[in-house]
Design a protein around this ligand. Structure first.
Ligand SMILES: Nc1ncnc2c1ncn2[C@@H]1O[C@H](COP(=O)(O)OP(=O)(O)O)[C@@H](O)[C@H]1O
Ligand SMILES: CSC[C@H]1O[C@H](OP(=O)(O)O)[C@H](O)[C@@H]1O
Length: 394
């Protein structure tokens, strides 16, 4: 029986992935096809199916988290959320997301544009590559996706319909635990070198820090400002010198705008920590540029497309964007700590072979993260944010 007709979930293999694209007539009938599983993420399978002339990607969710196994069951609904978010965001930033060709909820698959001509930005950045358009493009991606899905741009009924359609409790719970909770407590799944034990205990015993982190978590739990990507790290971005494409929005949900902004900042900060001299300056400038671009495009949209009467009140835009910035700084702090001592690290730090250099970099991430969470109220501008980064990472 044809795979799609079965209407039941079954994990694909390289063979059945080929059978599926044939059933869907995505390639000419006699095309010679090859398939390879290329997924390197924590959660899903990704197959690349290619003929001599053409190729597509099939991403399939598993009923559990791939990185842990069947002991961590995870909803298949995330595949639909991811495909729907790609399509929704694609309405506003078609140049910055892959095209979605087909989806199937029973199989939990999305068939999309193959972006293999690009490189995952984290990999390229670690190799020292320079992406002259990355900051500008991500600034635009953030401003457009977040403004257009917010109450500033939508009728309240449509906004609430979307918020309900993108309800994503299981994936949000991963972020609530892994980013905003577990690193601040002695939890089994935390993951760090024994040499960091005293640094980690300092965090666990720091009540003021925990209260500040709890407030940032509270914002993530309650503030349905816009349809977020929800996992906007440099491993979720394909780039070249010219192009930028954002993939993997399976954590999408209605949350605080500063979460997406802060996550992207944080993963640039990891590069600031590991680079030196001019190479480091490039990333510092990109942090500045992404914020300037986000601020200016969001402001233009606010003025030209704002539907809420308060968007016409002088001064409110600046107040709202200051709130987004404050939220983002808190998220940077939590993400720096989480990717250093929690579950699911980043190669930027873990890939440093010399252990003394690696530990120094991790300590910088922890002390900068702590400082940002505690002092975010005093960091009001992008320049002050950059000065703080430089203070802790010199
Ligand atoms: N559209 C695509 N084109 C080419 N490769 C892709 C595409 N989507 C994903 N991949 C590859 O699969 C990997 C994992 O994809 P990702 O969506 O991040 O999965 P996960 O949700 O498991 O993290 C990416 O790092 C990339 O190498
Ligand atoms: C066990 S999930 C941890 C981590 O995995 C996700 O990453 P990705 O899907 O990009 O590999 C996300 O960042 C989660 O926090």
């Amino acid at each position: 029986m044809a795979i799609l007709e079965k209407k039941t979930y079954k994990g694909l293999t390289e063979e059945t992935a080929i059978q599926l694209v044939k059933e869907l007539e995505l390639f000419p009938v006699h095309a010679e096809l090859t398939a390879r599983e290329i997924g390197d993420g924590n959660l899903n399978y990704v197959f690349r199916i290619a003929s001599e002339e053409n190729s597509v990607i099939i991403k399939q969710a598993l009923p559990y988290a791939k990185v842990v196994g069947e002991s961590w069951p995870l909803t298949l609904k995330r595949a639909k959320i991811e495909a729907d978010a790609l399509v929704k965001h694609g309405e506003y930033v078609p140049a910055f997301v892959p095209k979605v060709f087909r989806t199937d909820e029973d199989l939990a698959i999305t068939i999309m544009e193959d972006l293999s001509h690009l490189k995952i930005a984290r990999t390229g950045l670690i190799e020292g590559e320079y992406y002259p358009n990355l900051a500008k493009h991500i600034g635009q991606y953030l401003a457009k996706t977040l403004f257009h899905t917010s109450d500033f741009a939508l009728h309240p009924f449509e906004k609430k319909r979307l918020a309900s359609a993108f309800s994503n409790p299981e994936l949000c719970k991963i972020t609530e635990d892994l980013v905003f909770t577990d690193p601040f407590f002695n939890i089994d799944t935390n993951d760090y070198e024994p040499e960091l034990q005293s640094d980690v205990e300092e965090i666990w015993n720091h009540t003021e820090l925990k209260i500040a982190a709890a407030k940032i978590k509270q914002s993530f739990l309650t503030e349905a400002e816009a349809l977020l990507h929800g996992d906007l790290h440099t491993g979720s971005i394909f780039a070249s010198e010219e192009e930028t494409k954002v993939i993997d929005p399976e954590f999408a949900f209605y949350g605080p705008i500063g979460f997406d902004v802060g996550q992207f900042f944080a993963h640039l900060v990891f590069q600031v920590i590991v680079r030196k001299g001019e190479d480091r300056e490039i990333i510092v400038n990109q942090i500045d540029e992404v914020w300037q671009e986000f601020y200016s495009v969001f402001s233009e949209l606010w003025k030209s497309k704002g539907v809420d009467p308060f968007t016409k009140v002088d001064g409110y835009r600046e107040v709202f964007l200051a709130k987004v910035f404050d939220d983002a700084i808190g998220v940077v702090g939590c993400e720096l700590i989480r990717r250093t001592i929690g579950l699911s690290h980043v190669k930027d730090l873990d890939g440093i072979e010399d252990s003394a250099v690696r530990l120094k970099a991790k300590r910088a991430a922890l002390s900068l993260g702590t400082n940002l969470i505690l002092k975010k109220a005093s960091i009001k501008t992008i320049k002050q944010f950059i000065t703080t980064i430089e203070e802790f990472t010199a």
